[in-house]
Design a protein around this ligand. Structure first.
Ligand code: R5P
Length: 287
C-alpha cells in the first residue's frame, strides 16, 4: 500500500504511512495564475493507494478531488480517500424546503473520484451512506483518552446523548464514570444545556465531543459545570473547527484544558489523528 499526501499535510501522510506500514509519496501541488489548483504524483504507483487530504477549508475539497485523480493517473489500481474531517456532515438532511443536503452532494463528488472513503468520527455515521462505495469512520476515543490520562478525570460527560458513545469509550479507558447532558440548540451559536444529573461538586470533569465549531456547546457546558461546583473542567474534541473566536470563548469560560486532534490543525491540536485514520483505512480495506 502507498500513502500519498500533499506537502502541507506531509506529516499526517508520513504518520499514516507508518501506522499502515506503507510507503509515503508526496503529491506535488501548485497554483495556476488564475488561482486554479494543480496536482501531480511523479512516482509510478500501482495497487492500492491511500490519498490523505483535507476537506476544510472549502477549497481543499478541490484539492482532494484532483489528488485522487493524480493518484489514478500515476497508476493507482484502487484509491481510498482518507479525510481526517468529513466536512459538511452536519447538513445531512433538508431541514427546510429547498435546502441542499450538502453532505450528500459532497460525498457524491468524492465517490466519483475515489473507490473508498475513510474518516474519523463523522458527525453522524449515516452520512457515510452518501458515499457510493465502501466507507468507514473510526473513533478517536482511544487517543483522546490517552491525552486525558494522568489528569485526574473523575467523570466524562458527553454534551448530548448523540455524543455519549464516544464519551463512554473515553471513560472506559480512563476507568471513570460517564454520563451525558441534555442540550437544546437555539441557534448556530447558542445552546441551552440542562444542569448535569450527576453530582459534579469538587470533581475534575472532562467534556468530550466530536466537533467544536463556535464553541457554544462546550462553553455552555463548562459554565454549567462550574456553577454546579466542578473543581476543574477539561474539554476534548476530535475536530477543533474553532470558528468565530471559539478558542477564546472556551478560555473565557474557564476550561482548564482544550484538547483536539490534528484532524484540523490549530493551536489546540495536540493529539495525532493518524492512528484513528489508519484504523478507518484498515476497516474500509478489510470490508
Ligand atoms: C453537534 O451535534 C455536535 O456534536 C457538536 O456538539 C456541535 O457541532 C458543536 O457546535 P458548537 O461548537 O457550535 O456548539
Amino acid at each position: 500500500m502507498i500513502v500519498a499526501t500533499a506537502g502541507d499535510r506531509a506529516q499526517l501522510g508520513q504518520d499514516l504511512a507508518a501506522q499502515l506500514d506503507a510507503e509515503h509519496v508526496e503529491i506535488g501541488t501548485k497554483r495556476f495564475p488564475d488561482g486554479e489548483r494543480y496536482a501531480r504524483i511523479e512516482a509510478d504507483l500501482e495497487g492500492p493507494v491511500v490519498v490523505a487530504a483535507d476537506l476544510r477549508p472549502n477549497e481543499e475539497v478541490v484539492g482532494a478531488l484532483i489528488a485522487c485523480d493524480a493518484a489514478r493517473e500515476a497508476g493507482a489500481g484502487h484509491v481510498t480517500l482518507a479525510v481526517p474531517y468529513l466536512a459538511y456532515a452536519r447538513q445531512d438532511r433538508s431541514f427546510e424546503h429547498g435546502e441542499a443536503v450538502s453532505s450528500r452532494a459532497i460525498n457524491r463528488a468524492l465517490s466519483a473520484n475515489a473507490d473508498a472513503l475513510a474518516t474519523v468520527d463523522p458527525h453522524m455515521p449515516d452520512v457515510l451512506d452518501f458515499f457510493d462505495g465502501p466507507a468507514a469512520g473510526a473513533s478517536a476515543a482511544p487517543e483522546i483518552a490517552d491525552a486525558l490520562d494522568d489528569r485526574g478525570v473523575e467523570l466524562v460527560l458527553a454534551p448530548d446523548e448523540g455524543a455519549r458513545e464516544r464519551a463512554e469509550g473515553v471513560a472506559d479507558q480512563l476507568g471513570c464514570d460517564v454520563d451525558h447532558l441534555e442540550k437544546t440548540r437555539k441557534s448556530a451559536r447558542e445552546v441551552v444545556i440542562q444542569p448535569a444529573d450527576r453530582d459534579v461538586s469538587g470533581k475534575t470533569v472532562a467534556v468530550v465531543d466530536d466537533i467544536v465549531a463556535t464553541g457554544g456547546t462546550m462553553a455552555t457546558a463548562t459554565g454549567q459545570l462550574y456553577d454546579a461546583g466542578a473543581e476543574s473542567v477539561l474539554l476534548a474534541a476530535t475536530h477543533g473547527v474553532f470558528a468565530d473566536g471559539a478558542l477564546k470563548r472556551l478560555e473565557d469560560a474557564g476550561a482548564d484544558a482544550i484538547l483536539a486532534t490534528d484532524a484540523i490543525e490549530s493551536s489546540a491540536s495536540t493529539i495525532s489523528v493518524a492512528p484513528a485514520l489508519a484504523r478507518a483505512v484498515q476497516q474500509v480495506r478489510s470490508g
